[in-house]
Design a protein around this ligand. Sequence first.
Ligand SMILES: *Cc1c(COP(=O)(O)O)cnc(C)c1O
Length: 431
Amino acid sequence: MTTPMTGNMADQALRARALKVVPGGMYGHESTVLLPASYPQFFSRAEGAYIWDVDGNRYLDFMCAYGPNLLGYNNARVNDVAVAQLALGDTMTGPSAHFVDLAEALVGMVSHADWAMFCKNGTDATTMAMTTARAQTGKRRVLVAEGAYHGAAPWCTPMPGGIVPEERAFISKYQFNDIASLEAAVAAAGDDLAAIFAAPFKHDAFVDQFLPDPAYARRVRELCDQTGAMLVVDDVRAGFRLIRDCSWELVGVRPDLSCWGKSFANGHPISALLGSDSCREGASQIYATGSFWFAAVPMAAGVETLKILRESDYLEQSVRLGSQWRAGLDALAAKHGFALRQTGPVQMPQILFEDDPDFRVGFAWGEAMLRRGVYVHPWHNMFFCAAMTEADIAFALEAADDALGALRAQRATLEPHPVVMMMLGALAGEH
Ligand SMILES: *Cc1c(COP(=O)(O)O)cnc(C)c1O
């Protein structure tokens, strides 16, 4: 059943060319120096639940473009609408009518939201959440959970390159799910607290995932109410993957602001800041804009995607398939003598190996799955899309059976990966 690989000559050639004209050849989360050596860097196409690298190898894709693919790549309904709008106009001197349609659709679906503002990337939305909170409250300090990802701007990037401490002078840390650490950080902020940022669940890289303790989530709300600070839920990654609403509706807590991106236009480039009336005034004071922020195509795609989310069982299906994948993998791990730590919601799984502090087993697992036509990630949470089927899960489990069998034989000879060690060191130094 192993998918024959057609090699990686085209990928290698592109990497060599990129090295000459792109610093480091690639950057950020797309940099494959953070992945096992055999992972492809370049892709030629994507359809449904599958991606093809530039050498023509096909993979069942458990990364979903790191989140944007929610309904399946090339979803026909979304793309038809996008192509039709493209023929009419995309980036124009002002937005199209879809601007208002999309704002109405999001405000209609997300309980806490009374208004929407659109931007391009998740980082735009989280940064606007911060400035909106400061404009609304007239205060400066912002609390974020240790290790939580909120984007790549100087105030929040996880890597230290090019950042000066002054850019984070008003950012403080607390521990996710830890009420005492939150209260201490709020107390330390005194009367200068503008916002508390919360991840919908702890979905940090390299570690187990945790759902929010409802008592912790309620305490975040109370502390914001007591201090006048704005509560921000960063739903850029988890938005519409847990519920057709803001993710913290699941714990009964409504934020003042929520950040959206990645998937709500099924991969078309758009993000959003949603807010309640508690900070409408602040939002109207910030200067937020971008040349491409008002493009009509992604907004048309967003309106259609949201319609599909309301009409279809995409969410229930991803939970059903995610449960099958998790249970099947646990059984296969036991069969082959491995213990897995599978955490997070089943439709956004994190799969780590027990007793694998330097990720050498995780990396070998990733490579073994890749050779068998399944793209998994060794240290980042993964994603289900609505195009996945039971047959795909059966295919992935067959690959996993074979891969874990091979891994068992290989285990004693595995070596740690130097770049991962460097990355873990850099993240530890960040704290
Ligand atoms: C990806 C992500 C961001 C940043 O989004 P970009 O579109 O990459 O700028 C912010 N917050 C969370 C939780 C994310 O997963």
